[in-house]
Design a protein around this ligand. Structure first.
Ligand SMILES: NC(=O)c1ccc[n+]([C@@H]2O[C@H](COP(=O)([O-])OP(=O)(O)OC[C@H]3O[C@@H](n4cnc5c(N)ncnc54)[C@H](O)[C@@H]3O)[C@@H](O)[C@H]2O)c1
Length: 309
């Protein structure tokens, strides 16, 4: 392939992301982790699937950032998931240290890469990668909105028994309880869901979407979601590599848009060959604006704790 993507973290999200990139022949892949043997072993396993899937993409696993040199994009999935007994701040600070160290290494070897951050708490981690990298804001983005809206699309499609392809869903704000789903802009074949579903059903779908990650953690007990998160990250990567100019909800650096200053928050953007090519501003009602401000305030609180505000 004539492109190289580095995936940092060879855990559940990292390995499935790497596999999806290779399967789609989007680029060659370098998967890096601090664990010895794991990235190499999982990389080799994916490579050996290529003759069957018919992919000529190449993949290696490594512990050495030298192997990642000159990457076109770097997807950061390194980090801990929350365990019983850990506070939110414990996770925040541990993952801040990991994402900071990872970003410093990435920048040294791939100064022109796009950064797609997945590690949680998402909005604070992408803000960390932005500040530490010193990269322009069009090259740094966080994956959350594509996943959150994919979850909502699945629930709407199930409720109405229609193809998922007909369903668009619109989610703004931070990744977490404060995300802001917008019914007016969520449609089935262009028809707003407000015309197709009762208010209480829409409320139930919103609530399930907001708690979508938690629902899976509760079922798995030992980890969090990775199939849908990796699919979402790869949709963003594909939009950039293929210059698709696709409108996707991503966590991006806002400088006054939506009345938010100097903070990464999820909003619709155009993704193409230059990365974040445009931030799309839509009209919000007073209530929606207030919800978005609340969501931004939650992100602000976290970035304040780690000093990357
Ligand atoms: N943004 C989202 O929507 C979303 C969705 C799912 C998961 N996540 C987050 O993604 C992260 C990864 O989830 P997972 O399920 O793959 O976890 P995982 O534990 O399976 O994998 C994490 C990997 O990161 C590695 N790692 C830790 N420190 C590192 C470092 N300094 N350098 C390189 N690698 C390092 C670990 O060794 C491990 O292999 C978590 O923070 C999780 O909360 C975010």
């Amino acid at each position: 392939m004539n492109r190289r993507t580095t995936v940092v973290g060879a855990g559940f999200v990292g390995a499935t992301t790497a596999q999806r990139i290779v399967d789609a022949e989007l680029s060659d892949v370098v998967m890096i982790d601090i664990l010895e043997g794991i990235p190499e072993g999982r990389g080799l396993d994916i490579l050996e699937s290529c003759p069957v899937s018919g992919s000529d993409a190449h993949i290696i696993g490594t512990n050495d950032y030298k192997d990642t040199a000159g990457s076109d994009a770097v997807i950061i999935t390194a980090g801990l998931a929350r365990k019983p007994g850990m506070s939110r701040d414990d996770l925040l600070i541990k993952n801040y240290n990991i994402v900071k160290e990872v970003t410093e290494n990435v920048v040294k070897h791939s100064p022109n890469a796009f950064l797609i951050v997945i590690s949680n708490p998402l909005d604070a981690m992408v803000q960390t990668a932005y500040k530490v990298s010193g990269f322009p804001k069009n090259r740094v983005m966080g994956m959350a909105g594509v996943l959150d809206s994919a979850r909502m699309r699945s629930f709407i499609a199930e409720e109405l028994d229609v193809s998922v392809e007909n369903v668009s869903a619109f989610v703004l704000g931070g990744h977490g309880d404060t995300m802001v789903p917008l019914p007016r802009y969520s449609t089935v074949a262009g028809i707003p869901i407000t015309e197709l579903l009762a208010e209480d059903v829409i409320e139930r779908i919103f609530d399930r979407t907001k708690k979508g990650g938690g629902e899976i953690v509760a079922l798995l007990k030992t980890g969090s979601a990775y199939y849908a998160p990796s699919a979402a990250a790869v949709e963003m990567l594909e939009a950039i590599y293929k210059d698709k100019k696709k409108i996707l909800p991503c966590a991006v650096y806002l400088e006054g848009e939506y009345g938010i200053q100097g903070l990464f928050v999820g909003v619709p953007v155009k993704l193409g060959a230059k990365g974040v090519e445009q931030i799309i501003e839509i009209h919000l009602s007073n209530e929606e604006r207030a919800q978005l401000q609340k969501s931004a305030a939650a992100v602000q609180e976290l970035v304040g704790v780690i000093g990357v505000g």
